[in-house]
Design a protein around this ligand. Structure first.
Ligand SMILES: [Zn+2]
Ligand SMILES: [Zn+2]
Ligand SMILES: [Zn+2]
Length: 403
């Protein structure tokens, strides 16, 4: 994630900021401009309306009007703005959440806020890739659920466009316990959301995009029994076998759908790391056949976009630097991965598919409503981790409390 500058005073501000620590301006992220902005109240235009400040604090009276997301005004749980002419009181990220845990429980409230913060980061990266929800281009729906005493355990997963996340994943102790129990080197909220979004975009780009054959030649036949494959994987032990030559993670070896979702998540890790590094103008040394070459980290979202090989060449020294920095602080490696062989080909496959999709215009809503079902629509849904049947999707304006 890149860093930003306050419109009013130029001070460094971050994606999560709500106020400039230097000049005190109210800050919000403008999803329509994909940037952080300093906002000034515009009461003359209507209650609750704000306008972006001009350069270095000059009032910009011709600028677009915004509201703050309802989850900001109600809960201080979001820093996205909503264009004033948008019908929805929730921002583009919050409106995708349809089911919440019981927020009257203080712990759930904190968990939900952390998950929404990670989800806004996912939204940003998807938007930079041209994949965010837009008219004619659906995005994933989210359900955040808590285990209830005596009830079934909530499984994190994706089904038919809905991503379910057990809010216990927001608790550091619980997430660490699961990470160790499953033999995983990496487990984070943003990692979960990136992974599950991979299943959503598999449906969109691979299954419905006519790319099943290409997918199968790279990742294998996803029509094999999903539940049996996962059972067999865990019976063997997650981190066992020679998965490292062919997969980005041990879990990716469980089933082709998981291989894709893990690779997709890793691709999003990769471009976020590069964007952050480019934002700080990080200079890296890349060893090559003619000796070491020094270059600045490339922003993966510049136009024309850097090619995959160049990004990969930069990723390796960047992650070495990153791990050395965290070791300096006595922390475990922030990037506990070593990519090789086929895993890199799979990352390249995701890169090519994302770039292809980004060049495709969104289909107008009216056209999607009448378009014939794509041929592959009868293929099984991915993945088979079931969302609880007792969690109906609530109208977004009501925000149903499920449990
Ligand atoms: Zn400022
Ligand atoms: Zn919001
Ligand atoms: Zn998965």
């Amino acid at each position: 994630m890149r860093v930003f500058n306050c419109d009013h005073c130029g001070h460094l501000v971050f994606f999560d900021s709500v106020q400039c620590v230097h000049c005190g301006s109210t800050l919000a992220f403008l999803p329509d401009a994909l940037t952080m902005a300093a906002l000034a109240p515009a009461p003359q235009d209507g209650a609750g309306l704000w306008r972006r400040m001009g350069g270095r604090g000059t009032a910009q009276y011709s600028g677009r009007l915004y509201r703050l997301c309802h989850n900001h005004t109600e809960h201080q749980a979001c820093n996205f703005a909503v264009p004033a002419n948008d019908y929805d009181e929730y921002c583009v990220s919050c409106r995708q959440t349809r089911v919440l845990p019981d927020l009257s429980e203080t712990a759930n409230r904190g968990r939900w806020m952390q998950i929404e913060a990670a989800k806004r980061r996912l939204f940003y990266t998807l938007a930079r890739l041209g994949l965010e929800p837009a008219p004619g281009r659906p995005g994933p729906i989210f359900e955040f659920l808590a285990d209830l005493p005596g009830g079934p355990s909530i499984l994190t997963g994706h089904r038919s466009g809905t991503i379910t996340l057990n809010v216990a994943e927001a608790d550091d102790d619980e997430r660490a316990r699961r990470r160790i129990a499953l033999g995983e080197p990496y487990r984070t909220l943003i990692g979960h959301l990136r992974h599950e979004s991979g299943h959503f975009y598999w449906d969109q780009l691979v299954r419905d995009g006519g790319r099943l054959e290409a997918f199968r030649s790279m990742f294998g036949d996803e029509s094999q029994d999903y539940t049996a494959a996962l059972d067999a994987h865990y019976a063997k032990g997650n981190d066992v076998g020679d998965w490292a030559e062919r997969h980005v993670s041990a879990y990716a070896a469980a089933h082709p759908w998981e291989d894709w979702a893990e690779t997709w998540a890793h691709y999003l890790h990769m471009i976020d790391l590069l964007e952050t590094s480019a934002s700080y103008r990080t200079e890296i040394t890349v060893p090559g056949i003619y000796g070491a070459q020094r270059s600045f980290a490339l922003d993966p979202f510049t136009k024309p976009a850097p090619d995959f090989d160049t990004m990969l060449l930069q990723l390796v020294p960047l992650t070495l630097l990153l791990n050395s920095l965290t070791r300096s602080l006595g922390q475990p490696d922030a990037y506990p991965f070593a990519l090789a062989g086929e895993a890199l080909d799979k990352l390249r496959f995701v890169h090519d598919m994302v770039r292809e999709a980004a060049n495709r215009p969104a289909v107008p809503a009216a056209a999607t409503a009448t378009a014939p079902l794509p041929k592959a629509a009868a293929a099984p849904e991915s993945p088979g981790v079931p969302a609880p049947a007792s969690a109906p999707i609530a109208k977004k304006s009501i925000k149903k409390i499920a449990n």
